[in-house]
Write a protein that binds this ligand. Structure first.
Ligand SMILES: [Zn+2]
Length: 195
C-alpha cells in the first residue's frame, strides 16, 4: 500500500464511506475487490477485469404537491428507514425512465393521485446509509382531483398545513418544503413535456 493510499484511507470521509455501501465483489465477474488509488481517489478495483468499479449517486425523485388550500401532500412511511415518519411522495427512478415520469409513477403508487409536473423545484445530494449518496430531484406537481388512497410503501397519505406538519423523515424533504413555502418556485409559462 502506498503512503498516499494509506493517507486517504484514514480520512474521515473515507471511513464513513467504508462503513456504509462498500461493494466487496465485482458485479461483472464475481472476483473479490480491492482498494486502489485510481484517478485521484480510492476506488474499489477488480484485478480480474483490470478496471475500477465506479460508484455513483443513486437518482431518486419526489414531489411537492400543493392543493388550492395551500396544504402539502405527505405520505407516512410503511418501511424502514424512518418507518412511521412522514415524507414527500417519491422513490427511485427505474432504468430508462424519465425523472418526470418517475415522479408521477411514484405519486400514483403511493397516493392514488395523478397530476401534472409544473417544473423542477431543486436538486440535492443527500447521504444514505444504504446507498451512500442519493441524488434527489424534487418536482412541483399539480394534482388531479381524485380520492387519496395510500399504497405501495406508504401506509397513509394526507394533506397538511405548513404550520401543522407531522415529524418529517428526511432533512432534505423538510428543506424542500421550506423552499417551496418561501416562494422560491416560479411556475413556468408552459408545463414540462412528458413522455
Ligand atoms: Zn471483475
Amino acid at each position: 500500500m502506498t503512503k498516499d493510499l494509506k493517507a486517504i484511507l484514514t480520512t474521515e470521509a473515507c471511513r464513513r464511506f467504508r462503513d456504509r455501501a462498500v461493494k466487496n465483489y465485482c458485479p461483472y465477474c464475481g472476483q473479490r475487490l480491492v482498494d486502489r488509488l485510481w484517478e485521484g481517489a480510492v476506488r474499489r478495483f477488480c484485478r480480474r477485469c483490470e478496471q475500477p468499479i465506479y460508484e455513483n449517486p443513486v437518482p431518486a425523485v419526489c414531489a411537492v404537491v400543493p392543493n388550492p388550500d395551500g396544504q402539502i401532500l405527505l405520505v407516512q412511511r410503511g418501511v424502514a428507514p424512518k418507518k412511521g415518519f412522514w415524507c414527500l411522495p417519491g422513490g427511485f427512478m427505474e432504468l430508462g425512465e424519465k425523472p418526470e415520469a418517475a415522479v408521477l409513477r411514484e405519486l400514483r403508487e403511493e397516493t392514488g393521485l395523478g397530476g401534472y409536473v409544473e417544473g423542477l423545484l431543486g436538486l440535492r445530494s443527500t447521504p444514505s446509509r444504504m446507498y451512500h449518496t442519493i441524488l434527489l430531484a424534487v418536482y412541483v406537481v399539480t394534482p388531479e382531483n381524485a380520492p387519496l388512497m395510500a399504497g405501495d410503501d406508504a401506509t397513509a397519505a394526507c394533506w397538511f398545513q405548513p404550520a401543522d406538519m407531522p415529524p418529517i423523515a428526511f432533512n432534505s424533504h423538510r428543506a424542500f418544503i421550506r423552499q417551496y413555502h418561501s416562494g422560491a418556485f416560479q411556475k413556468p409559462a408552459s408545463r414540462a413535456a412528458l413522455p
